[in-house]
Every structure is written in C-alpha cells, then in structure tokens.
Design a protein around this ligand. Structure first.
Ligand SMILES: Nc1ncnc2c1ncn2[C@@H]1O[C@H](COP(=O)(O)OP(=O)(O)OP(=O)(O)O)[C@@H](O)[C@H]1O
Ligand SMILES: [Zn+2]
Length: 654
C-alpha cells in the first residue's frame, strides 16, 4: 500500500505499520532526554521515521571526545550545546519540511523547568541518559504525569531497553547498589589500592598541566593551610613553563625537585608526624636511582616498570607534556605515560601492587569503552518499542489515556554472547511493579534503621540531605513527624524559618521528643507527586555494628562523614555522587554545572570516577547502564558485563 503524500523514505513504514500508525507517528509529541551517544542515534532514527514533534533536553556541550561516536556532531560543533546541534542536524534529515524539533539546554533535574506539568505535554518520553540521578528523576516525573517512557542504557557491548508506565515495573523497582565511595584523604594520604594511586596521579597531572591547577584535589592554598612539600615545586614548574626564558635545565631541575618532594620528602614529613603509626605497613621513602636519568629502556606497555624506568618515564613524559599542557586524556599516550609512572612510584611508597601501562590506562580511563554500535542498536530497539506502543494504543481505541494497555512492550537485553538459541537480543515481558517500591506503589513504608548514636550526633539538616534527598531521591521534601508535626518544608513559598530552626537540631531534639524508635516520618514531594512513610528503627550501637558492620559492605550504608544507617526493603538506591573520570570531561562538567540548578549529573562509562560534593548538598551520581538488573549481571567483567552499581567512586569530601 502506498500513499501519494507519503515521502518515499517512509513507504516501508507505511506498508509495515499501516496508515493509522504513520499518522500517529507524525502527530505524537516526543521528548528525548539526553543528546549523547544514544540520543544522537535516537534523533536520527526519529527524524528518518517521520516523527515531527520532538523536544530534546540535554545539559551538556559537545566535547571533542564525543565526536567518534555521537554521529550528529562534527569538529566545528565543539563547544556548542548538544541538544541545539542535535536538533539542527536531525531536522535536516527529516522528510518533512515542517518538522518541529526543539532544543532545551538544561538539566532535567531542574525542578523549576522540568516538572510534572512540563512532562504532561508529551505522549512519550525517551531516555538517553547516562546517570542514575537523572533517570530516577524522569522515571518519577513520567509516572506522576502518566506519560509512558522508554528507558535505555549501554555498557560496552551490553545494552537494555525497558518500557515503563503505570502498571508495570518502574525504573526504581530494582535496587541499584550505590557505588563504592572513597574519601579524599585515602587518595591524598592513605592509598591502599592501585586505583587510589592512579586517581592521585591523574590529579597530579591536573595540578601540573591543566589550565586551572586549583581544580586538582592535590591543590593547596597557602592562604588557608600549610603547604605540602610538593606544592612549591609544582607551582615553580608551572611558572617555568610560562617563562619563555626558562631553560631546559631549569625545568629538569624543578622536575627532580618535584619528584623528591612527592616520593621522598612528603612521605618522610608524614612519617615524622606519626601519620602512619597505625598503618599495617610503614610507607617507604623512595630514593632516586642514579642511573635513572639516562636509562631509556624499550617501550613496555604490558609489563611492570622498575623504579628506574618509572623515574625515567616520569621525567621524560613530564618534560614533553610541559610543551603542550592540557587536560588529561587517557588516549593521549604522553599523559598516560606520566600517569602510569607517577602512580607506580606512589604505589611503591605504599606497598601497593604495581600495574602496567596498559592496566593503568584501563583503570584511569574507561575499562568499558562506550561502543557506538551498541548505542545504535539500543536506540533502534527504542524506536521499535515506540512503534509497538503506538500500535497497541491504536488497537486499544482508548484515546483518553496516553498509557498503553498493561503488558505492552518488552524488556530487551542486548547481549555480547549469543543465547542458546543463537540470539543476541533477548526480549522478556515487562515485570510487574515491585510491591516494595514507593515510587510506583502507594502506601509503601521504608524502614530506616539507625544506631542510637546517630540520634545524638546527626543534625536534622544532614539527615534530610543524606537520607531523604540522596538516598530516597526527594527533590523538595515536606516532612511530618508522626503524622501531624510539620518539621521541614522545601519548594516555592516554603517555610525557611522552619528549616533554620529544625535543621540544626540533633535528631533526638526534634519536636515532641525527637526521633526515636517507632517514629514515623511522612515525606511528601509535590514536585514529583510522591509520598512515603519512613519508619524509624533504633538499635544499640553494638547491635547495629553486629547487623550492618563494616565487614559486610553489602549491608552497610553510611555517608562520607560516617553517618551510619541502613535502609531496608527494596528502596531505590542512587549512587550518592557523581563525577567525571577525566579532564576532558571535567571541562564539560562546568557547562553542566552552569546549566544545572538542582542536581548535577554524571556519566557512567568510567570505572573510576571522581565525585564532587555540591554546595547545595545534592550530589552527582554516576552509575551503570540503566540500573535495571540484567540477566547478564553475573558475567565476568572481561565478558563485557555491566558494572552497574559496581564502579569505584572517589568522593571528594573536603
Ligand atoms: N540531568 C541531565 N539533564 C539533561 N541531560 C543530561 C542529564 N544528565 C545527563 N545528560 C545528558 O545525557 C547524555 C548522555 O550521553 P552519553 O552517555 O553518550 O554521555 P556523554 O557524556 O555524551 O559521552 P561519554 O560519557 O560517552 O563521553 C549526555 O549528553 C548528557 O549531557
Ligand atoms: Zn517502581
């Protein structure tokens, strides 16, 4: 069947889906959230499939590192908002002259713009995001606005697509394990794993070579603190570099001073201060091998470098990198040579197993690289699911609701290894909602267990920030104690004085006898149309330790400053923070932060991620593909399994 008016490119769709469905395609209003790897593919697909009303939200600008896989972007677009360029390029692909594609440069977590009313304009929302915080946010808004959404994510060769609407499992029905968090002091002073020294070396690179050294976690300000021994040499090296008259010899001498400060003097200083009195192994003060200066051995990316080789690489890579200072990029061999050498030397200081250049690169960069083909497959699957959703709506003849009949759609896994039947795509029916999920089920109670000590030392403001905002994902919470006492309010026209008064109170000092065993906190958030009861269980400190002790990481929750708690049931957990895993990305963080009013984002294909605590208490989250538990989750990492929730996150807590 053909239709004269149908552009040639759409005749195939017309034949397979029929004129009614094509009509719906042309008229339905779609929102795409994220214009990165998956988002670009989606925009291209939507345009070529005849969708004519598409809005795109993205907070980021185009980085040079995006160009290899975000197919709508070219070098000339670097620095421009992704959504603006994505929309302009995709629109040109449309067979219709009157296609309306709109770009919204902003953070979808910004409640003042992207709220339930905003979502209600759309017939369907397609997620192309890279972090749990934003995914949770869209999930909640869509549920509140009764708009179906299509969640998608990839991790290396693996990918998932999940259709979500009221009546089937939502994004938060499955618990997502929080990422591991290391406090900054581990990186700066007490490393114990290769990842710690590699992150440190990347920060050292930032301190020495990036445009703004104060962004490094090793940066120290002489105004505020006594400087570590390396700061003077680091600053001198930067000065040398800007001084056209500085000779090679001057630079070499400064590099050697820096080396000595980092690997000998600073360690010795800390030892003298008894910093490592209780350490299992006393750190070693390194001595520069005399042979190092001239020892150029063959290039050995796969083997462990000796002390002499490390010193040679440290000097040489730094000397060459000084000529072209820039942001760290794991694909820049010079930068990686420096980071490898710097990290291994520090590992020698702290008795940490050494890593080859190759392994260091794996940890410093992306162990699981973003794969353009997986993004393309996943975006293609999303479009197929959209077709099936539209068809189901048509068959249902129910025009009063945007929601399809329950059961429409599939959960699809994109696999690396074929199933027994030889399939690389495994589709399963959508699951029913988790009865414990307070996001899509009503009247669910979350059980919060606290040790007695928490009541005595934790302020209510910190409690709100850690438990209610970070853990439970409330954006603008209103909190009642035992049903009727209003103790906290946020959002437009909220009572700031109430926050001021109660925020500083310890939990035990809250009104009406404070928080205690059996207390119930009712938390509401109008911005997400959400409410939950939190039932407080208080146990002795000893019992808490016994039940949720440090030995059992899986059971333990705490925040960076040691506030310990345990949330029971299948509460949706978000990674507490997020960040960027290399300097190139950090440049884009600034743009993200600028565009973000409420919660910043992070992306999730880095295994090692640096997480920054934002000033308003909201943290940024990075996590794996979709947070949905994949049947492949138990595959070994080498087989391309998702690392979701398993990333190591370095938290900057100062
Ligand atoms: N809260 C948010 N609001 C709006 N857009 C977001 C938000 N969080 C993430 N995004 C966008 O989602 C997109 C995700 O795309 P993708 O996973 O390809 O990440 P990327 O940062 O573009 O690339 P990569 O991480 O692979 O280098 C990004 O363009 C990012 O800006
Ligand atoms: Zn749910």
């Amino acid at each position: 069947m053909t239709n004269e008016k149908t552009p040639t490119i759409l005749t195939g769709l017309l034949e397979s889906l029929g004129p009614d469905c094509l009509d719906r395609i042309q008229n339905c209003r779609l929102l795409v959230v994220g214009a990165g790897g998956i988002g670009c593919e989606l925009l291209k697909n939507l345009s070529l499939s005849g969708f004519r009303h598409v809005e795109v939200v993205d907070l980021d600008t185009i980085d040079v590192s995006n160009l290899n896989r975000q197919l709508l972007f070219r070098a000339k677009h670097v620095g421009q908002p992704k959504c603006v360029v994505g929309v302009a390029v995709a629109k040109d692909l449309s067979p219709y002259a009157d296609t309306q594609m709109t770009a919204r440069h902003g953070n979808v977590c910004d409640n003042s713009v992207f709220n339930v009313q905003y979502m209600e304009q759309f017939d369907l929302v397609l997620n192309a995001l890279d972090n749990v915080t934003a995914r949770r946010r869209v999930n909640r808004l869509c549920l509140a606005a009764n708009v179906p959404m299509m969640e998608a994510g990839t991790t290396g060769y693996l990918g998932q697509v999940q259709t979500i609407y009221k009546g089937v499992a939502c994004y938060e029905c499955k618990t997502q394990e929080p990422p591991k968090v290391y406090p900054i002091c581990t990186i700066r002073s007490t490393p114990s794993q290769p990842v710690h020294t590699i992150v440190w070396a990347k920060e050292l690179y930032k301190l020495l070579l990036s445009p703004d050294p104060s962004q490094s976690m090793l940066w120290e300000d002489s105004q505020n603190e006594e400087l570590s021994t390396y700061m003077e040499a680091a600053l001198e090296l930067r000065d040398n570099n800007q001084d056209p008259d500085a000779s090679e010899d001057t630079k070499k001498t400064t590099i050697d001073r820096l080396w000595k400060a980092l690997y000998a003097d600073e360690i010795q200083k800390q030892l003298n201060m008894d910093r490592y009195k209780t350490a299992e192994k006393t750190p070693i003060v390194l001595e520069m091998p005399t042979a190092a200066a001239n020892t150029q051995s063959e290039w050995k990316p796969m083997s462990i470098w000796s002390l002499t080789e490390c010193v040679y690489e440290f000097r040489n890579a730094l000397m060459s990198a000084l000529e072209m200072p820039e942001f760290f990029d794991k694909d820049d061999e010079l930068a990686m040579r420096f980071v490898t050498a710097a990290a291994q030397l520090r590992s020698m200081n702290f008795h940490i197993p050494l890593q080859s250049y190759h392994d260091t690169k794996g940890i410093a960069g992306n162990i699981i690289p973003a794969i353009a083909t997986t993004n393309a497959i996943v975006a293609g699957l999303q479009i197929l699911q959209v077709f099936s959703l539209l068809q189901a709506q048509l068959a249902n003849k129910d025009n009063s609701s945007k929601l399809p009949p329950v059961g429409t759609g599939k959960y699809i896994n994109c696999l690396r290894n074929a199933t027994r039947n030889g399939l690389y795509l495994a589709a399963s029916p959508l699951e029913t909602p988790n009865p414990q999920c307070f996001v899509c089920r009503e009247q669910v109670t979350v059980v919060l267990t606290l040790p007695t000590k928490a009541l005595q030392v934790i302020s209510f403001a910190r409690f709100v920030q850690t438990i209610i905002q970070q853990e439970l994902g409330f954006a603008e919470p209103t909190v009642y104690l035992n049903q009727d006492v209003l103790i906290w309010e946020e959002g437009n026209d909220s009572d700031e004085a109430l926050r001021r008064v109660n925020g500083v109170k310890l939990l035990q000092d809250l009104p009406r006898g404070g928080l205690q065993h059996g207390s119930v906190l009712t938390v509401e958030d109008f911005s997400q149309d959400l409410q939950v009861d939190v039932r407080v269980v208080v146990v002795s400190d000893e019992d808490f330790r016994r039940q949720y002790g440090k030995e059992d990481d899986a059971e333990e929750d705490d925040d960076a400053d040691g506030f310990r708690y345990h949330i029971g049931g299948d509460k949706p957990v978000v990674g507490s923070s997020a960040g960027e895993d290399d300097e190139a990305k950090e440049s884009s963080v600034d743009n993200k932060a600028a565009a973000s009013a409420v919660v910043e984002d992070g992306d999730d294909d880095g295994v090692v991620e640096i997480v920054e605590d934002t000033s308003d208490g909201n943290k940024r989250a990075m996590n794996g593909a979709t947070g949905h538990e994949s049947p492949l989750k138990k595959q070994k990492p080498s087989e391309g399994a998702s690392t979701e929730g398993g990333e190591e996150v370095i938290e900057i807590d100062d």
